[in-house]
Design a protein around this ligand. Sequence first.
Ligand code: ZN
Length: 169
Amino acid sequence: MTAKIKEFPGVGLRESDFTERKVLFTEWKPDARYAWDAGVAIGRYLAELKEGRIIGVRCHHCRRTVVPPRIFCEWCFRPMDEWVYLEDHGVVNTFSICYVQWDMERLEEPLIPAVIEIAGASKGVGILHLLGEVDPREVKIGMKVKAVWKPAAERIGAITDIRYFKPIN
Ligand SMILES: [Zn+2]
């Protein structure tokens, strides 16, 4: 259902309402500065990525090891018990071959986002990242892949400290 503006009661604002100060407004531009806290679990995860390590957490109740880490086990509704260092390799759980980027710009070289089950985490648990150094036609579910890290001096504590995952034999 569509409605014309005229059908709504009231009067629209005019430019003169601002210049004649008939409405409250301000030209004050707040200098708002803020910091974003990643929280305990993701904060540690990002700090470990900066050191070239992948860390997860284990729940002793359901015996799952998950990555990225979280403070509470969403299956058991209880705090996680233990930090666990994981391998920087794993297998492709699922993937996509993207020929357009986020703004619908066409890509000459496709991106290959994939969910990678990280070795040491529970079956089916993984992280979303990109695959690289691989022909898109060669990508398969179950393919073994390894992290390609940025040099230590370039890492900032972000998931992009891993450039991509590449196939290994
Ligand atoms: Zn659990």
